[in-house]
Design a protein around this ligand. Structure first.
Ligand code: DAH
Length: 356
């Protein structure tokens, strides 16, 4: 019995090892484990058979069965580890991302690399035109004192021209003394002051930058917008220099069939002052709804620097004269690209931005 029993155990163990080795997945191995160690397994049956043995044989046979069970459990565990490793490797291989492929095919072609905003491109292009004409580019602060934004520009407190500018006041110092600049004209004052301090006249500069007005945005206005200012100060500068500069710029930036004209206007910091208009870029001068049938569109203001402004910065108006101009950068982008409503410039809709 004991010899037969040993043989049975050996067979049982050999068959168990064969089944374990044959399991090719964790799932199969779980089923094999159930078959080998579960309630209806041969091992369980053999254990139950122990009860029929005489007590002295029972202990020995029981110990042998126990060892067999341990070895089967060990073999199961080992196979389980092997299968887990194989399965994990397969999972990783499946999940593997080819990052070079994602960069090449998705990021670069479908999303693109991004580019400068249309307004920035427009500012750069305007700067290029003026630099080619001999101007330098300068910048000034976005927060200004009342003096730079208004007073030095010949707009004293209570001057009716203040009504043109719906001003944002900053909560700094005395009430209503620090503003978000309503135009780029105060940069003229900084430049002239610096030029006087360094004895560095003449000045030929353009000054692009952000401006702020308490306006409700509409098709032609934004509360935060961009202007580019121009200033030339030298001996013997005349209105003809101003008109020629505006005309040269207009055709250089908008194209040879777009021209400029000056119409009398009023600005406190220039005398005489003019509004400058360009050929309507939509109808090319024929007359359309955008230009109210006139063939001309207003772009900005200009004029000869008022002697009161020269005096505010300490330049002798008897020796020097100059001209200044200022116009909207966003407005230029709008005209050049036929953008009906300026608000799209700040909505960050990628479908719009991608077109430029
Ligand atoms: N600063 C004016 C504005 O924002 C525009 C302007 C008009 C600028 C005449 C000038 C100028 O330099 O000479 O409405």
């Amino acid at each position: 019995m004991s010899t037969a029993g040993t043989l049975d155990h050996a067979e049982l163990e050999a068959s168990a090892r064969a089944q374990i080795a044959g399991a090719s997945s964790t799932e199969q191995l779980t089923a094999v484990e159930q078959a080998l160690l579960g309630k209806r397994s041969a091992l369980k049956a053999a254990k139950q058979g122990l009860g029929g043995l005489p007590p002295e044989e029972r202990r020995e046979a029981g110990a042998v069965l126990q060892e067999v069970q341990h070895r089967i459990e060990g073999a199961l565990e080992e196979r389980s580890r092997e299968l887990a490793a194989v399965e994990r490797a397969a999972l990783l291989a499946d999940d593997r991302l080819d990052l070079t492929e994602v960069v090449a095919s998705q990021v670069l072609s479908s999303l693109g690399r991004g580019h400068l905003h249309l307004v920035t491109q427009t500012r750069d292009a305007l700067e290029d035109v003026f630099v080619a004409m001999g101007f330098v580019v300068a910048e000034g602060p976005e927060a200004e004192t009342d003096w730079y934004n208004f007073e030095a520009l010949n707009i004293p407190p209570a001057h009716p021209a203040r009504g043109m500018y719906d001003t944002f006041y900053l909560d700094l110092g005395e009430p209503e003394t620090v503003v978000l600049r309503t135009h780029t004209s105060p940069v003229q004052i900084h430049l002239m002051e610096e030029a006087v301090a360094a004895a560095r006249l003449p000045i030929h500069a353009v000054m692009p930058g952000r401006c702020f007005r308490r306006d409700t945005p509409d098709a032609r206005h934004l509360a935060v917008f961009h202007q580019i200012e121009g200033l030339v100060v030298d001996r013997g500068i005349t209105f003809a220099d101003l008109a020629g500069t505006i005309e040269t710029f207009t055709s250089a930036y908008f194209g040879p069939d777009i021209h400029s004209r000056l119409r009398p206007a009023y600005f406190p910091f220039t005398e005489p002052s003019a509004e400058f208009e360009i050929t309507c870029t939509i109808c090319r001068g024929a007359g359309c709804r955008t230009c109210s049938g006139t063939g001309w569109i207003e772009l900005g203001g200009c004029g000869m620097v008022d002697p009161a402004v020269f005096e505010a910065v300490g330049i002798d108006p008897e020796q020097f004269s100059g001209f200044a101009f200022g116009f909207g950068i966003d407005r230029c982008a709008q005209m050049r690209h036929g953008i009906a409503d300026m608000r799209v410039l700040i909505e960050n809709d990628i479908r719009f931005l991608e077109q430029f």
